[in-house]
Design a protein around this ligand. Structure first.
Ligand SMILES: Nc1ncnc2c1ncn2[C@@H]1O[C@H](COP(=O)(O)OP(=O)(O)O)[C@@H](O)[C@H]1O
Ligand SMILES: [Mg+2]
Length: 290
């Protein structure tokens, strides 16, 4: 570990605010430091601001107030080339995987390298031809880290949902990110596949030391995998601690009435799943800001 990572948190939010143009206050004065020592799970009911927070970090959403620093560099006001450079440092995993269905698994993983090769992609050119041998080796290595290297040459749309999400994780790893964000990564998966994907994220965090932040709707999964739980409600952080401190009172504070109706333990409702859907694209880290 170098001096920079010892003294400066991987991520620091100070008084972070996001008010959408329609007046919705999705984040209100959020203060948070992430040092990467624990896998962070953000729990909260639908509409709490979980996705908005992660999207501010890779600047899919532009904060409207406060500070947000990645290894000390303020992300709030950067634009253009600096914004692309910052996005390349932050890996993002979405609920709907966002793979390019007609491409092979390996090509999808290579797409993660585009964050470092902006402007190279041309329509119709095979990604495996654009990228030199060492980058293809890196992509294979990333597939090995999620234990699906044997699927490298298969078309992405022939894979199960769980396998597709593991390809998305490998694609993010190929980006060599300083921070990995996952927004409801298992909400579309069956329970067994969800565990495999969460295990992948945990293993990556532990073996590679990359800070990982995961938005989850399911309390049980959050408590199992999160070593630090952030509870959000109505745009504010209302809990920050280890899972063993998350008692019924704390859960009530986070989930309010949703807890009584069992929503906090359930798979997100259909409308929650759809609102996070992103179109498939080759440059997930280079998406336009709002
Ligand atoms: N693009 C948007 N425009 C207006 N309001 C939005 C937009 N995206 C999210 N919101 C609102 O911001 C609040 C937080 O949403 P979100 O961050 O998606 O919460 P969560 O991920 O916890 O469900 C909600 O009230 C939601 O309706
Ligand atoms: Mg969300």
């Amino acid at each position: 570990m170098n001096d920079r990572s010892v003294s400066i948190p991987a991520l620091q939010a100070k008084g972070l605010c996001k008010t959408y143009p329609n007046g919705t206050r999705a984040l209100i004065d959020v203060d948070l430091e992430i040092d990467g020592s624990a896998l962070v799970v953000i729990l909260g009911p639908s509409g709490a601001g979980k996705s908005t927070f992660l999207r501010c970090i890779n600047r899919l959403v532009t904060p409207t107030g406060g500070e947000l620093c990645l290894h000390g560099e303020n992300l709030v006001h950067v634009g253009g080339r600096d914004l692309r450079r910052i996005r390349a440092r932050v890996g993002m995993i979405f609920q709907q995987f966002n793979l390019v269905k007609r491409l092979s698994v390996l090509e999808n993983v290579l797409a993660g390298r585009l964050a470092h090769r902006h402007g190279l992609l041309q329509r119709g050119l095979s990604l495996t031809r654009i990228f030199p041998r060492d980058e293809r080796d890196l992509a294979f290595e990333c597939l090995r880290k999620v234990h699906i290297e044997h699927l490298a040459l298969q078309r992405a749309d022939t894979l199960s949902g769980g396998q597709q999400q593991r390809v998305a994780i490998a694609r993010t790893l190929a980006q060599e990110p300083e921070l990995i964000l996952a927004d409801e990564p298992v909400a579309s998966l069956d329970p067994a596949s969800a565990e495999v994907v969460m295990n992948n994220l945990e293993e990556i965090h532990q073996t590679q030391g990359i800070p990982v932040m995961v938005n989850l709707h399911q309390i049980d999964l959050g408590k199992k995998y999160g070593r630090r739980i952030i509870g959000m409600n109505s745009g504010r952080i209302c809990f920050d601690g280890p899972p063993e401190d998350l008692n019924d009172l704390q859960l009530q504070t986070i989930y309010g009435h949703e807890l009584d109706s069992g929503l906090g333990r359930a798979t997100p409702r259909k409308q929650d799943r759809d609102e996070d859907q992103e179109p498939a694209r080759l440059e997930p880290a280079l998406a336009a800001a709002d």
